[in-house]
Design a protein around this ligand. Sequence first.
Ligand SMILES: Cc1cc2nc3c(=O)[nH]c(=O)nc-3n(C[C@H](O)[C@H](O)[C@H](O)COP(=O)(O)OP(=O)(O)OC[C@H]3O[C@@H](n4cnc5c(N)ncnc54)[C@H](O)[C@@H]3O)c2cc1C
Length: 380
Amino acid sequence: MDFDLTKDQHDIKQAARDFAEGEFPSIAEECDHQEKYPRDLVKKATKIGLIGINFPEQYGGSGYGYLEKCLITEELWRVDPGLGSVVISATFGADMVQLYGTEEQKKKYLIPLTRGEAVMGSAITEPDAGSDVSAISTEAKKEGSEWIINGNKIFITNGSVASYFNVICLTNPDNPSRHRKHSVIIVESDREGFGATKIYHKLGIRASDTAELYFKDVRVPDENLVGEEGKGFYQFMEFFNRTRIHVGAEGVGIAQGAMEKTITHAKTKIQRGKPLASFQAIQFKIAEMATRIKAARNLVYEAAFKADKGKLDYKLTAMAKWFAGETGVRVAGEAMQIHGGYGYTGDYHIERFYRDAKIIEIYEGTKEIEKIIISRALLS
Ligand SMILES: Cc1cc2nc3c(=O)[nH]c(=O)nc-3n(C[C@H](O)[C@H](O)[C@H](O)COP(=O)(O)OP(=O)(O)OC[C@H]3O[C@@H](n4cnc5c(N)ncnc54)[C@H](O)[C@@H]3O)c2cc1C
């Protein structure tokens, strides 16, 4: 087994680090406090190829894989999770188009993302359908060559800024299987009857846009159907088996950033005439942080590596997402503890990491759902 990154991978990681360290610090606090989505940042990221790195070259990408996208994700979240989310989520939904889209759909929806002309979203969650995706009731009825969509979605990333969304809709309500009733349809945000209301006062990742979506007799052409009618549930499960690898990388990045801030603080903060870092209780906490991060990173990289080799392992992906999410939350919590009152009041930005970390245990499958996936795979 070779655990070393290639030169290309090192260069990609370094480019992401340079971008984050150069662009994020001056706007991070403002975007968090004012819940401001920095559209320009996405455009800047496209210019150096950070967006769509894993798209094939004919669709504007660089032809790299899940591992390279993980390296970027980790570096961006290490510096600021909210802004990291803005950049990484700009293509949230592209994997669905790559996996199931027609040639026309790939050209139409992937290329604008890599040029910074569009941002994408994926609309699954509804007020009465979160973890249970099969309960989705947003309805799409076929009329001639069009779909007419009615319903609403909640907590949608990029909801009020995206140009288009993968929307999972109930298209075959009479199918006896609860997993064969849905289809994925792309809805452009400029269609009549589409509306979005931004959600404010989130706990964390406040630079990232989150909105509620409304569909009132929204008409889209049949050509916007992605994949097969009635297979939307399965398509989204396959989609999440891939995108969750990157959510794992978010956990690794946030934990790494929180630990680095903590090491700096522990070496400089004087208590009883000595730096905090001289106390064994603090040393042990830092040793535990580093060990958990290493274990989480190895899980995430292995999941990405396998996906890139065409040997996607959904159990491993679920392990990586759950463990890296928990690592992000734990490490940010210990980082806050070691920063004491200075962490709590925000002077060292550690409180932002503490707030931002929790989302990783909630979106794209809660930690409980990940454990269900893992245990089912082991026990079935
Ligand atoms: C900032 C943010 C961004 C988001 N972005 C998107 C997005 O872009 N697109 C999108 O579609 N959604 C998005 N979501 C929604 C997110 O994916 C859901 O919130 C999540 O899937 C959980 O669904 P829920 O909130 O309805 O909670 P529920 O499903 O009601 O779960 C509540 C609790 O019950 C537990 N639970 C549920 N079912 C079980 C079970 N069978 N066994 C054990 N425990 C269970 C859960 O683990 C959780 O702890 C976002 C959410 C947030 C907060």
